[in-house]
Design a protein around this ligand. Sequence first.
Ligand SMILES: *Cc1c(COP(=O)(O)O)cnc(C)c1O
Length: 214
Amino acid sequence: MNISQAIFDLKQSLPHEVTLIAVSKTKPIEDLVEAYKAGQLDFGENKIQEMVSKWEQLPKDIRWHMIGHVQTNKVKYMAPFVSLIHAIDSTKLLSEIQKQAEKNNRIIEGLIQVRIAQEETKYGLPIDEVEALLEFASRCKNVKIKGLMGMASLSENEIQIRSEFETISTLYFNLKPHHPSFTYLSMGMSGDYTIALQLGSNMIRVGSKLFGAR
Ligand SMILES: *Cc1c(COP(=O)(O)O)cnc(C)c1O
């Protein structure tokens, strides 16, 4: 598997307004270096320690995306440098991000993770709680909510995946006129990003298609 070729091919096929996040979780530094040399600047990780360690070793113009579930007590380790936190789903987490952002004298950007998968999952906020969290976030001066993130069910059923993406897309485009900071609808992974793009995604998180199976 040639990482730079895979990145080149995928980027060629994407509309220019779509941000590609290369999901490099579990992959060795050499793989990230190869992607970086191919011009890739957005990387996604799902474990804070691993992201911190890679951040320390790699060039500082890389934008680091925390795409996994975040434990409140670990926010402080990424607060100095994280570019976008994709999985904000509680007032507790928001408050901690606010606190650590203020300590670091920064504004940290994030997305609200919405629960759209019909399969059982602990993560993500139920749709009907999103507006209340946005209201809370508007009082966190050092946090800027840039949009929504969602994960469809791990399923072969394209109709189901499509309907799950449609749910979050409708919510995103309904909220956007009232939330000027809304910029990103983060949905789509290796197996389902083409469907996500059809439903308005402008940020895809792709791992195995670029770096090979984990
Ligand atoms: C691992 C992961 C991805 C990438 O998955 P692939 O199937 O390897 O593309 C995307 N989003 C999240 C939240 C992930 O944890």
